[in-house]
Design a protein around this ligand. Structure first.
Ligand code: FEO
Length: 170
């Protein structure tokens, strides 16, 4: 049986993963109506799907351990962005926030000596290292490109490889 304090922490993480999925879905929809960035659009859609998968994994874990996963209400995500660069900056900021919240769940599970939850959360810790690192790399590339349109064209081609690699890794 899950302790209430653990269930609450995990349910908070369910909300954060669900909100992340919405945030990236909003980025995908906005990117889709910008000309010539089809692969960036796919990247955001894929990222949104991954966050939903992160949420589902938590829901299953909570319920399998005798708790109850509460499906939360979500906030309106930012619908539009001044530029692609801004969207990717927001993505990095958001992933840093998710990492912090995951660390909090890990802290609580250790404090409560819930080693099953601690163990389960290690998957999220590793996932966040990868996601933050990818978001930083993409932001660095966009920084180099600056306002160069042909650079953005190449960035969009480049991100296709990220989409393919991520798809193979799942
Ligand atoms: Fe599931 Fe990218 O946080």
């Amino acid at each position: 049986m899950l302790k209430k304090v653990i269930q609450d922490a995990l349910n908070e993480q369910v909300k954060i993963e669900a909100q992340s999925s919405q945030v990236y879905l909003a980025m995908a929809s906005w990117a889709e109506i910008q000309p010539g960035i089809d692969n960036i659009t796919s990247f955001f859609y894929r990222h949104s799907d991954e966050e939903r998968m992160h949420m589902l994994k938590l829901i299953k874990f909570i319920n399998e351990r005798g708790g109850f996963a509460m499906i939360p209400a979500l906030e309106q995500p930012q619908p539009t962005f001044p530029s692609i660069k801004h969207a990717f900056k927001e993505l990095l900021k958001h992933e840093e926030y998710v990492s912090e919240s995951i660390n909090k769940v890990v802290d609580i599970s250790l404090a409560e000596k819930d080693y099953a939850t601690y163990n389960f959360m290690q998957w999220y810790v590793s996932e966040q290292i990868e996601e933050e690192s990818l978001a930083r790399t993409l932001n660095d590339k966009l920084e180099l490109i600056g306002e160069d349109k042909s650079g953005l064209y190449l960035f969009d081609k480049d991100i296709l490889m990220v989409n393919v690699t991520t798809a193979e890794g799942k």
